[in-house]
Design a binder for this molecule. Structure first.
Ligand SMILES: Nc1nc2c(ncn2[C@@H]2O[C@H](COP(=O)(O)OP(=O)(O)O)[C@@H](O)[C@H]2O)c(=O)[nH]1
Ligand SMILES: [Mg+2]
Length: 368
């Protein structure tokens, strides 16, 4: 009995032990299961990460490829540019060199006579060079012609100085300093906004250009370099009458000055014109005149020849009475140019010009 009881006890003990072992085993398995799940989750998330990194990587690779492509294109473009620069440089080497010949024309006269209006009209300047430092001279520039030889292109340029001071005696200083090729003396018949002749003003201007002052104007330096002097009696529009009457009257006002200038006619080419800067009367003739007097004959180009041919011979047909002789002043009784007429050619102008090898020009260029 005791034996049975002990046996049963042992069996029960064994069963309990087995149950405990089973429980422990189950718990351990559960824990392992949980761990395994966690690992699976971690693995899944790292797979997702991996996937996204792979796609980022692909994008980066594409970007790198594109940047490389871009780089290659830039290198090609730079090569191309370099070739172009080399080609242009070689072309430039082949080109003739450019030189400039400048001819200075100084415009003088007292304030408000219309110098600036006149300068802008006759020379139609392309460049305003600004005021000469320390002076009252505004400078303008107008290219007159280009002459090409094998190695050199010569650009012939008029540099027009427009005197902006009050008294012309101050301008004389500039004349002493500078070599000039043309001199345009401007006087007028009326004041700033004047509608009729202002005798006092005429008188004042005659005093400004009195013979004593002229002596300074036509000093040895000016006589040596200056090829053309023009006295322009401006504002002829304030006079009325026939063209001949207007001209006679205007010249009469300035007779003392014209007579004083006459003394220099054997030494320098002097021309008297009556006109109006506002209305463009006689103004365009200034261009042809200065070209004809100042520019050497080998400095004409086709365009200039056309213009000169259009200006001079054409007008010669239109007007029976020519201008006074090219050198010197008008003879008594001879009429100079009238503001309302197209200017006739100076005597001998047609023969002085180089002969063009093309038909008679019909167009004029815009220098007026
Ligand atoms: N009636 C008339 N007035 C003119 C003529 N030319 C210029 N003027 C006037 O005269 C004034 C002075 O002109 P401007 O060219 O500045 O003279 P500057 O001081 O000699 O340069 C301006 O009011 C112009 O409008 C002209 O031919 N006739
Ligand atoms: Mg002015």
């Amino acid at each position: 009995m005791l034996f049975l009881t002990i046996l049963l006890g042992l069996v029960a003990l064994g069963a309990s032990a087995a149950a405990v072992a089973l429980y422990l085993q189950t718990s351990r398995l559960k824990q392992q299961h949980l761990d395994a799940n966690k690992h699976i989750q971690a693995l899944q998330s790292s797979q997702v990460q991996n996937e996204s990194m792979r796609s980022q990587n692909a994008q980066l690779s594409q970007m790198v490829e594109e940047a490389r492509d871009e780089d290659r294109k830039k290198v090609e473009w730079l090569d191309h540019q370099q070739q172009e620069i080399d080609w242009l440089r070689a072309e430039l080497e082949k080109r003739p060199k450019i030189t400039q010949k400048r001819y200075k024309i100084l415009t003088v006269g007292v304030k408000w006579t219309g110098k600036t209006s006149l300068t802008l009209k006759w020379s139609n300047p392309l460049v305003d060079l600004g005021a000469l430092q320390g002076t009252k001279i505004e400078r303008y520039e107008r290219t007159v012609s280009h002459v090409t030889t094998k190695e050199v292109v010569t650009e012939h340029v008029f540099e027009i100085g427009d005197w902006g001071g009050e008294h012309i005696v101050d301008a004389q200083q500039e004349l002493i300093m500078d070599e000039i090729h043309g001199l345009l003396m401007v006087v007028d018949l009326a004041g700033k906004e004047g509608q009729r002749v202002d005798q006092q003003r005429v008188h004042d201007q005659l005093r400004e250009f009195q013979p004593q002052s002229l002596k300074y104007f036509f000093g040895p330096k000016t006589l040596a370099s200056c090829k053309a002097v023009v006295l322009f009696i401006n504002k002829s529009d304030v006079l009325s009458g026939t063209p001949a009457e207007v001209e006679r009257e205007a010249k009469n006002y300035y007779k003392p000055l014209i007579d004083a200038l006459e003394l220099y006619k054997s030494q320098i080419d002097i021309r008297v014109l009556v006109g109006s800067a506002t209305y463009g009367h006689s103004t365009h003739f200034l261009f042809s005149h200065f070209v004809e007097r100042i520019l050497p004959k080998n400095a004409y180009d086709t365009q200039l020849l056309q213009r000169m041919k259009a200006d001079l011979p054409h007008s010669a047909q239109a007007i029976p009475h020519g201008l006074p002789p090219a050198h010197g002043m008008q003879q008594p009784g001879q009429h100079g140019m009238h503001p309302h007429q197209v200017p006739p050619p100076p005597a001998g102008a047609a023969t002085r010009l180089p002969q063009p090898a093309y038909p008679q020009a019909t167009s004029r260029f815009n220098g007026r």
